[in-house]
Design a protein around this ligand. Structure first.
Ligand SMILES: Cc1cc2nc3c(=O)[nH]c(=O)nc-3n(C[C@H](O)[C@H](O)[C@H](O)COP(=O)(O)OP(=O)(O)OC[C@H]3O[C@@H](n4cnc5c(N)ncnc54)[C@H](O)[C@@H]3O)c2cc1C
Length: 669
């Protein structure tokens, strides 16, 4: 990596020149770096705002799942079938699904070789289990912290391979150039957070042939979220330069604890905890689910099923299904302004309306599960002690003792199925820009549990393959780079200078702006969506963005990273809400992990008010046949296009033909 400097407004700014800049240090970004080296690509670097931050290293769940081709036992499987199952989730392009399936074993064994402890039997069979939306038992897990173990293994390899890592650098803009009629990314601007006090405010420029964007999901825009706090996302960087986003309407939401962010799936629900709500001060305690369920058997079975059926799913609301609980928690917390907790110390009680909980009221599947696990114990916590003691220890490690205290919960954002669009090499419509991992939204409406981690590994592998074969050229000469990017660098630099205003009275508080973004997303862009309110939300989102851009001011350069972060999230939330609004305008109804309120629909149960009427999309609905793409055009106007979903390629494969194409270099292009 060559280092020199340029002068902007007579202030020196360092410039690093290299072949590939990898932004982020999650499992996807690290895998891209490691694979680039394995494919022989030199002159690369990882730039990250916070080594050790992000979702991969800090999130987990009861049994965090990795989805891969079946690789053991008698279960027949094939990449085509796996692709078809991914595709069947709806609104996922079939060629991308096929790539994720074809490379799944390769990416998985790569992690095994690097030391991720995925369990296997004495013959080397990597045993699997069925995860949600998975007909074949393709799920595997290295425990509650699978993605953390992946991060650790990949980080060790980054170190072994001596890949340069620039830590505490926040990328705040991508640099572009127009070549012919195509827009190319040619580098990026970062703030070196260790040198914000310098005359150049930490500004650092990268001159790169390729940029791999591994910045994760746009987690920071939600108020109730189970993403780790260190993950905020930076999708706005790409939207800003015209990158296309697709399926932005599709995210996953579910029940999680909020003081320590953790999914309440699996055994946390299978032991049938008590759900209670209180007022804001913790008074007026009520078992609010009792108002909606008429017998304890149905109520406790719905709680049990929540363990398997974790993400909110509008198809699982009716007939007192498990997702009715998410609606009721939302109603308590958002509509009624109360707080909701899980209590593991006592069984649910019927409060005189119905019988109190005893294990015998459970349906046969739930009862047998607890019995076979030797967990038919008196209280939820005793059952959990039998079923999964580490689940209790995990909270203890975060200073929450669920053996004696209540656990506060909410319906939280967890994952983005949509995101930036890429081709089969994960290259976006902006040439040389490769969004990988969660920032690249390969999945559509539903996805099998664990397929996010597979997609992150496969996408980063394929981006590295392509770059090392096709984009392995030298970076731009310094003069050419400056000619094409100087104005962009100057604009960003001058904006930063302009907004620093030591005068306290002129300060627009960033925290309240962030609060407004998060309130709006959780209120209008999360698992409950209302066509009657969405337009207003969109226009308020844009108003906030424009006001922020023109009016923001901070005391010192120390606050610049926060300014750019909030701007990024503000832009991103406006684009996401635009996508949701467009979907609703095309008569899109409930699907995936969200419910669309609809006065022409039906009430999910008698006990809920009429405001909760909704319907599901018909299979042949317009929105189910097409994918919504959205981007800024050259005039910064939002463009929306509905495109056909590409099916899974069904090419006749003939070895000699493929071999020749491979030898002729026809494959990677
Ligand atoms: C609670 C929870 C449970 C989950 N369980 C599963 C599961 O069981 N199976 C599954 O497949 N998936 C699961 N997921 C999803 C999966 O963990 C994530 O999709 C995946 O880890 C994302 O990896 P990534 O590499 O794309 O991004 P991340 O790991 O989020 O990394 C993003 C990186 O980018 C950096 N960054 C961001 N912006 C900038 C910037 N401007 N400049 C520099 N650096 C920047 C961040 O610091 C971070 O290092 C779960 C997610 C959550 C939250």
């Amino acid at each position: 990596m060559l280092k020199h400097s340029i002068q902007i407004n007579n202030i020196p700014i360092p410039v690093y020149s290299l072949n590939t800049l990898i932004i982020g240090s999650g499992a996807a970004a690290l895998n891209a770096a490691v694979n680039l080296v394995e494919f022989g690509q030199e002159n690369i670097a990882i730039v990250t705002d916070n080594w050790g931050g992000g979702t991969s290293n800090n999130a987990g769940s009861d049994k965090q799942t990795y989805y891969k081709l079946s690789l053991s036992g008698k279960i027949p499987d094939s990449p085509f079938e796996m692709a078809q199952d991914l595709f069947n989730g709806g609104c996922m392009h079939g060629d991308i699904a096929l790539c994720e399936a074809q490379h799944s074993a390769q990416a998985f064994y790569h992690l095994v070789q690097l030391g991720v402890p995925f369990p296997h039997d004495k013959y080397g069979g990597y045993i699997g289990y069925k995860t949600d939306h998975d007909p074949r038992g393709r799920g595997t897990s290295a425990g509650p912290l699978t993605s953390h173990l992946m991060f650790e293994a990949l980080a060790r390899d980054v170190k072994r391979k001596n890949i340069p890592v620039l830590d505490k650098y926040e990328i705040i803009a991508l640099l572009t150039d127009i070549k012919g009629d195509e827009k190319h990314v040619v580098g990026a601007i970062a703030l070196n957070k260790k040198e914000l006090d310098n005359e150049n405010m930490g500004f650092t420029v990268f001159n790169a042939v390729n940029v791999i964007l591994g910045t994760g999901g746009p987690a920071g825009m939600y108020k109730t979220s189970v993403y780790p706090e260190s993950q905020t996302g930076s999708s706005g960087l790409a939207f800003q330069i015209g990158a296309i986003g697709h399926n932005l309407t599709e995210s996953q939401f579910g029940l999680a604890s909020i003081n320590f962010r953790w999914n309440l799936s699996g055994s946390y629900q299978q032991v049938i905890p008590r759900y209670i709500s209180t007022d804001q001060n913790g008074n007026d305690e009520r078992e609010f689910l009792d108002d909606y369920f008429s017998d304890m058997s149905t109520l406790s079975t719905a709680i049990f099923l929540k363990g398997y059926e974790w993400p909110f799913d509008p198809r699982k609301v009716k007939d007192y299904g498990s997702s009715l609980i998410d609606i009721l928690v939302y109603q308590e917390t958002v509509r009624k302004g109360r707080r909701v907790f899980l209590d593991f110390t006592k069984n649910p009680s019927g409060n005189g309306k119905m019988q109190d909980f005893t294990p015998e009221v459970l349906n046969k599947e739930a009862y047998d599960y607890l019995k076979n696990s030797d967990a038919l114990r008196e209280t939820p916590i005793e059952r959990l002690q039998k079923l999964n003691q580490p689940a209790i220890d995990l909270y203890k490690d975060h200073n929450i003792d669920i053996t004696v205290e209540y656990l506060e919960i909410a319906v939280c954002a967890q994952h983005n199925n949509g995101g930036l669009k890429g081709n089969i090499w994960w290259e976006s419509n902006i040439k040389h820009l490769f969004p990988i991992g969660e920032v690249n939204g390969t999945h559509g409406v539903y996805r099998p549990g664990g397929s996010a981690l597979n997609a992150g590994q496969v996408g980063s592998l394929r981006a590295a393959m392509f770059i090392s074969k096709r984009y392995n050229t030298d970076y731009l000469k310094s003069d050419d780079f400056i000619n094409s990017t100087e104005l962009q660098i100057k604009d960003t630099f001058e904006f930063a200078m302009k907004i620093i205003n030591p005068d306290k009275t002129k300060r627009a508080p960033l925290s309240s702006t962030l609060y407004e973004i998060q309130e709006r997303m959780t209120g209008y862009g999360a698992h409950i969506r209302n066509p009657a309110e969405i337009k207003q939300a969109v226009s308020e989102a844009w108003e906030l963005y424009l006001n922020l851009k023109s009016g923001v001011s901070v005391h010192s350069a120390k606050e610049l990273p926060q300014v750019f972060k909030v701007l990024d999230l503000c832009l991103t939330h406006a684009i996401y809400l635009e996508a949701i609004s467009e979907y609703l305008e095309k008569n899109g109804k409930s699907r995936g992990s969200y419910l669309v309120l609809n006065p022409k629909g039906s009430k999910p149960c008698d006990e809920l008010g009429y405001e909760w009427r909704f319907g599901l999309n018909e299979d042949d609905a317009f929105v189910n046949q097409k994918i919504l793409e959205i981007h800024f055009d050259e005039y910064m106007k939002v463009q929306k296009n509905w495109v056909d979903v590409r099916s899974v390629p069904d090419d006749e494969l003939w070895f000699e033909k493929v071999w020749k194409e491979y030898r002729d270099g026809e494959v990677i292009k």
